[in-house]
Write a protein that binds this ligand. Sequence first.
Ligand SMILES: *Cc1c(COP(=O)(O)O)cnc(C)c1O
Length: 712
Amino acid sequence: MDAGRANIDLAVEELAAGLPAPLADLAGIAYDYRWSWTPGADAVFAALDPDRWGRIHQNPVRMLRECSRTRLNSAAADEGLLDCIGTLLARYEDDGARASADVPGISRDSPVAFVCAEFGVHESLPVYSGGLGALAGDMLKQASDDAFPLVAMGLLYREGYFRQRIDAGGLQHESWDDLDPEMVPAARVTDDAGAPITITVPVSGEAVLAHIWRVDVGRVPLFLLDTDVPGNSPIARWITARLYVGDPQIRLAQYAMLGIGSMRALSALGISPSVVHLNEGHGALAAFELAREQIGDGVPVDQAIEHARRQVVFTTHTPVPAGNDTYPAARAIGALGEYAREIGLDDEDLLRLGRTDPLDLDEEFGITQLALRTSRAANGVSRRHGRVSRRMWAPVWPGRAVDGVPITHVTNGVHIPSWVGPEMNALFDRILTADWRMRSAVPETWQPLAEVPAAELWAARCAQRARLVSLVRMRSVHERLGRGEETSYVEAAARVFDPAILTIGFARRLATYKRLDLLVHDVDRAMALLNGNRPVQLVLAGKAHPHDDEGKRLLQDLFGSPVADDHGTRVVFLDDYDLGLARVLVQGCDLWLNLPRPPLEASGTSGMKSSINGGLQLSVLDGWWAEGYDPSRGWAIDGTTDDDHAAQDARDADALFSILEGEVLPAFYDRDADDLPTGWLSRMRASVMGLAPEFSAARMLDDYESRVYSGA
Ligand SMILES: *Cc1c(COP(=O)(O)O)cnc(C)c1O
């Protein structure tokens, strides 16, 4: 797990050399994402140059490289700041010095290797594109907090998560920033002689080379493969350029890199994992690489794969077909056949492992089927998603009853220290025990919330809402200017939103099944709600996949709706949803909406992030909310499935507005003599106390440990 550590140290030294001596320790802090969930660290970097800090997406390495000499010198003379740096450094050292957790069969010498196509550790490292990445990032941070021996394997996208700009007509425009690895907290891993450690994976007739970058996420190293290296053809250099490209050949090449490449990288780094955890099926080819040696020794293919299988576990994250892609046989063979033959698998061996029915020669090669076949344990990401997955994938186990399909569930959770807002965090520090962050999965940890004075709880909520309102104002001015709107409309942006009004949020990937359109389903009712004497304001954000025309159309419909055309004072769409914007939104909104078409929401995690900030949920009973909902905590829309989508939409939109009008508004606006919304506050308490422990990443990692990783 120390592979590449020396390269990070060298990068830290170089960065420190350019800083005034009293600030030198900041270099080491910048090169470890631990700062992003350590209270007070954000303020230290921001103090150097607050405006730049926001503009560079809070990238600490870039901050230290680009900050002017004058500012650095004045920071170096600021005793208060130097004290903070000293405190941070001590925290880093204490945290790193802890002994690893005692987990049977798993240790620093044989850690869990967590393989994922995306990692949402922080917005300054845009190698993620949505919920899967955010979840993976939270998993790494939790493993660090728990001192759980885990290494992570992924791809370094040079043009990662795209930037989004919406024009005045609601059309999404995408652009890609070039990621300069020297400008992020990453170091290329080299051998002792200083040469980059290079692995090779045969793909589509080319021996594709990849270098390995190390990123420190607290105690957890994240290794990212990079094919943009000299010696590769232009196409091979492009393999790790973008996330989830549409071209099937490049996609398969990415899967080969992630699955085979990760396993080769681990062995080049001297790491032999006890468990390989495929977080989504993209890395499913890993099992072949694990079986390679035995096949070479003459062990029959089936037997060798059976053996490799004992090391692999698999988490499926979506029942949506686009998330379970398949490829025509010729394509799969074209991309992967050479590798397969090299390790002793003939074309037919390869194909049948990726088919639901191995003998159906017309069936395409599916990456999820391959992952299911080559793992010893599989799980969905909520109780309901577990059931849905068992039914969906039952044909892979012919002759078994659906209940007997070996797919269990581990419900997702979120890394609380990463998502909790400053005022709620301060409240927790004040009323909970000092070690609450380390005991977040224990229900008793949250018990003191029952006693906290209503005024204190409300003050924290209002302060977090106020921060969101000022961000909305600032960004709306900017975005309207960028869209070339009329001056009066731009000026109105500075007055949009009111810090005292019920603030509703809806932000996520703009996939059609998430049903953003339910919000404008009934225009008259929506207008009445926005402009009533108990008004609401609505903040929206989200990106449609660049190839998802349907998702983009939803956005245009929204912009074209009279609901959005109220001069934009009560409804605001913020461009360029990312982890940073997600944080402000989940921290500031009073009510968080989720309106998926059941049963397509495997889990959903933004609502969990909202609930630990005292946000209440109004959501379809699908994914996590089907197990988190309780009338004392929030509101629910029926989660039964219906093949008549139009009827279902009409029914669910009606339920949404009825709940908003009849229950949400009174709960928020009925106040006691001290102007406190007692009904709202009692739900807030019940919600944080009930949901925080249950939907924390701490509970999630405990579950993976006891129900998935163990039992090899
Ligand atoms: C949490 C998060 C998501 C996942 O949101 P869902 O509610 O699961 O749709 C997506 N994108 C970002 C940036 C997030 O932080």
